[in-house]
Design a protein around this ligand. Structure first.
Ligand code: PLP
Length: 457
C-alpha cells in the first residue's frame, strides 16, 4: 500500500521549485519578451509554450543541451522523442555537410530517398513507401489513402490518442473527462476550435486495450452504413505516459479490422525507430496494412514517411490518390535519414538503448518502492516514464481517473531545476538516445530519489 503524500507538501515544493526555475531562466524571460512581439505566444508551435515563459535552448551535443541562460541539462525530452540519435551526431553531421554543396532541394527524387525506402521496407516488412515532412502529413495522407482504398469516410481512432494537427485526427483527445460519455459509445469531441463539426462527426473513438468495445462499435457503425475506412492507432500509447498493449489485444484488433475490410494503420510517429529497429510492428509482431513515421526518421531534420502493402498503396501508384508535397523526400532530410539508418540506429545501438532503459526503469521502480510512492515505472525501447498513479493505466479513462496531476507538475519542475530536461506536460515520457550514458540515466534516478526524499521528509 503506497503512502498518501501530503498535498500541502506538494504545493509547497511546487511553489519553491517554480521560483527557482524562474530565477534561473531570466534570459529566457527576456527572450520571451522580445519573441512575443512578432512570434505568436513567443513560440513556433503551441506545444513549445509554457507559463510564465518558455525555456529557450541554444545548443545540444550528444545527450546534453544548454539553454540561453547557460543552464546545462541531460536531455530526456529529445525534441519530443525525435533525437534518438542524440544531438549533433557526427555521422549525420558529415552526411548533411557533404550533401549541402551538392544542392539541398530540387523537388525531384534523389538516390537517398530510394535507399531509405529500401531500408524501411526491410525493417517494417511493408513493400511500398512515400515521404512527407512531418507526422501530421503522414497520418493525413495515410487516412486519405485508406479512404480512397475502401471508398469509405469514417475514421476510427483510440480515445485520447494524438495523431497530429489535421482536422480528422484532432478529435477525442485531451478533452474534459466528464464529457467523454459511455465507453461503448464515446462522444466525438473537437480538440480546440476551428474544426468543422462535419469532420468531427466522421471520426469515432474507442477505448485502448478493449477489442470487444472496438468490434461492437464497428458493428453498430456498419448497421448505420458507416463502416470505417481505417483504424488509426498507436500500438503502444505514447501520450498517456507509456501504455502498453495487453496480451492479445493487437492480435484481436488485427483480426477484427481484417474481417471488416478496414485498413489498420499503426501510427509509429513516436514508436517508429524508437522502440525497436522496426518500431512497434517489429516489437509486438502484429503487421498493420500501413504505418506512419516521422520524428526519429530525419535524425533532427523534418521528415515523415508512409509505408503500406502493395494493395493499399496501389491507389497512390495508379494516380487515384494524390500523395504529394514540394519538400517530400528533401535531399537533406533523406541523406540524414540514410546516415541515421545505416550508421547510427544499428542493432548495437538498440541493444544499448535496451540496457539503458532497463537500468532507468529498474532504478526508478526501486526509488518508488524505497519511499512507498504511489506509482510505477514503465518503459519500452528508448521510451519510458514514472506514472504517478496507484492503479495501472490501460486507457484514457484510467489515466484521467488516476493520474496524480500535481505530482507530475512537481516532477517536471524538479527535473528542470536538477539538470534533467524533460518533456513538458503530464502526458509525455522520456526518450533516451543512443549516446546517452549509464551516468546520464543514473543521474535521472538520483534526481528522482532526491525528489522522493523531499516529498516524504
Ligand atoms: N502521431 C503521433 C503518434 C504523434 O505523437 C505526433 C506528434 O507528437 C504526430 C503524429 C504528429 O507529428 P508532427 O508533430 O511531426 O506533425
Amino acid at each position: 500500500m503506497a503512502i498518501t503524500i501530503d498535498r500541502d507538501r506538494i504545493n509547497q515544493l511546487i511553489a519553491e521549485q517554480t521560483e527557482l526555475l524562474n530565477n534561473n531562466t531570466q534570459k529566457s524571460r527576456e527572450m520571451y519578451e522580445h519573441a512575443s512581439q512578432h512570434l505568436s505566444g513567443g513560440v513556433a508551435s503551441s506545444y513549445q509554450g509554457r507559463d510564465p515563459w518558455p525555456i529557450y535552448i541554444s545548443s545540444g551535443a550528444g545527450d546534453r543541451i544548454t539553454d540561453v541562460d547557460g543552464n546545462e541539462y541531460y536531455d530526456f525530452h529529445n525534441g519530443f522523442g525525435s533525437m534518438v540519435q542524440g544531438h549533433a551526431h557526427p555521422a549525420i553531421g558529415e552526411a548533411v555537410a557533404k550533401r549541402f554543396p551538392l544542392g539541398t532541394h530540387f523537388g525531384v527524387a534523389t538516390e537517398d530517398s530510394v535507399l531509405v525506402a529500401d531500408e524501411l521496407a526491410r525493417r517494417w516488412g511493408l513493400p511500398k513507401w512515400r515521404f512527407t515532412n512531418s507526422g501530421s502529413e503522414s497520418t493525413m495522407d495515410a487516412i486519405r489513402i485508406a479512404r480512397a482504398y475502401t471508398g469509405r469516410d469514417t475514421v476510427m481512432k483510440i480515445f485520447g490518442s494524438y495523431h497530429g494537427h489535421h482536422d480528422t485526427v484532432m478529435v477525442s483527445i485531451g478533452v474534459e473527462y466528464d464529457k467523454i460519455g459511455d465507453r461503448e459509445n464515446y462522444a466525438s469531441l473537437p480538440y480546440g476550435a476551428g474544426i468543422p463539426q462535419a469532420t468531427v462527426d466522421m471520426t469515432v473513438a474507442v477505448p485502448f486495450n478493449d477489442a470487444g468495445a472496438m468490434e461492437r462499435r464497428i458493428e453498430r457503425l456498419a448497421a448505420e452504413g458507416r463502416l470505417p475506412a481505417c483504424v488509426i492507432m498507436e500500438a503502444a500509447m505514447m501520450n498517456l505516459g507509456v501504455v502498453l498493449p495487453e496480451p492479445g489485444y493487437l492480435e484481436a484488433v488485427r483480426e477484427i479490422t481484417a474481417r471488416h475490410g478496414i485498413v489498420l494503420i499503426f501510427d509509429e510517429v513516436k514508436t517508429g525507430l524508437a522502440i525497436a529497429a522496426g518500431g512497434a510492428t517489429e516489437k509486438f509482431g502484429v503487421k498493420p496494412d500501413m504505418v506512419t513515421l516521422a520524428k526519429v526518421l530525419g535524425g533532427g531534420l523534418p521528415s515523415g514517411a508512409i509505408g503500406g502493402t502493395e494493395e493499399v498503396m496501389a491507389v497512390v501508384e495508379d494516380g487515384t490518390v494524390y500523395q504529394v508535397g514540394t519538400y517530400n523526400g528533401n535531399p537533406l532530410s533523406m541523406v540524414a535519414a540514410r546516415a541515421s539508418l545505416e550508421e547510427v540506429l544499428t542493432p548495437e545501438a538498440y541493444a544499448h538503448l535496451a540496457a539503458l532503459n532497463d537500468r532507468i526503469v529498474a532504478g526508478c521502480q526501486a526509488v518508488i518502492e524505497k519511499y512507498d510512492l504511489p506509482g510505477y515505472a514503465i518503459g519500452i525501447g528508448s521510451k519510458g516514464c514514472v506514472t504517478f498513479s496507484t492503479a495501472k493505466i490501460t486507457d484514457y479513462e484510467t489515466f484521467k481517473e488516476n493520474q496524480d496531476v500535481p505530482l507530475c507538475d512537481l516532477a517536471w519542475l524538479w527535473n528542470m531545476n536538477h539538470g534533467i530536461f524533460m518533456t513538458p506536460g503530464r502526458e509525455e515520457e522520456w526518450t533516451l538516445s543512443v549516446v546517452h550514458t549509464f551516468e546520464a540515466v543514473d543521474e535521472y534516478v538520483r534526481v528522482f530519489d532526491e525528489l522522493a526524499a523531499a516529498l516524504t521528509a
